[in-house]
Ligand binder design. Structure first.
Ligand code: GLN
Length: 236
């Protein structure tokens, strides 16, 4: 077990709707409580993406920022190198779309993504907005996921990407299958905001465990209260 962790926060200035930056805060907090020292690299647009970070976090964003981030990431090999050596990545909403093969922009043209996830994103006729509840049984076997979605994307998975979860409430990926997110090797994509790791601390611990090994249990009373409150609201 290592006691140090470097997290690359990719383009928080472009991608970070609905408090997605909080995902990095949650990872830092949950690591530090376990005695792990955390360094965070905020990658600014124009900066190279470090290839050697332990864990990568990318948030969601509006269409224009998503396009800009895609151009920058396509011109930079850092993230691809990290994925090819198996570094864990959490990519939320636009972040997930960018990591796929392609997504469609506001004028319905296809924009090439990074090809790190075997998925393709078309546009829905209506936005998917609201709470999502999804079950990871048989995939990561985590406590039921909950989060908030707001996207036009309809994401279809290819054979190399598994759905992260089965949708119990809400839309999720919004293509034919009622599934949410994607898991391919060390990369997790999800449509869930919330921030997703604040609402689903077990997912944060899953990501940390990929880097540092088994984690000591910690007091999650506040997180459980937060989750219970959101489940109640989602089901109301
Ligand atoms: N712009 C993308 C969409 O609408 C992603 C949105 C987001 O990241 N919240 O599908």
């Amino acid at each position: 077990m290592t006691n140090r962790l470097t997290i690359a926060h990719v383009f928080p200035a472009l991608l970070g709707t609905y408090g997605d930056a909080g995902n990095v805060s949650v990872l830092r907090y949950r690591a530090e409580v376990r005695g792990i020292r955390v360094s965070i690299v905020d990658v600014l647009p124009g900066d190279p993406v470090p290839a050697t970070a332990d864990l990568y976090v990318i948030g969601g964003g509006e269409d224009a920022q998503e396009m800009r981030a895609t151009e920058l990431l396509r011109a930079d090999s850092g993230l691809s190198m990290a994925v090819h050596r198996g570094a864990p990545v959490l990519a939320v909403c636009a972040g997930m779309q960018i990591l796929g093969e392609w997504f469609t922009d506001g004028s319905d043209s296809r924009v090439a993504g990074l090809g790190l996830l075997d998925l393709r994103t078309d546009r829905r006729s209506v936005r998917a907005v609201g709470d999502v509840i999804a079950d990871t049984t048989g995939v990561l076997d985590l406590p039921t996921l909950i989060g908030f979605e707001n996207h036009r994307g309809a994401t279809s998975l290819g054979a190399d990407a598994r759905p992260l979860a089965r949708v119990l409430h809400g839309i999720g990926n919004g293509a034919a299958e009622p599934v949410e997110g994607a898991l391919q090797g060390s990369v997790i994509g999800t449509y869930l905001h919330g921030p997703v790791l604040a609402l689903n601390p077990a997912l944060a611990d899953y990501l940390l465990t990929q880097v540092v090994g088994d984690l000591a249990p910690m007091d999650d009373v506040r997180a459980e209260e937060f989750r219970a409150n959101r489940f109640q609201r989602a089901r109301a």
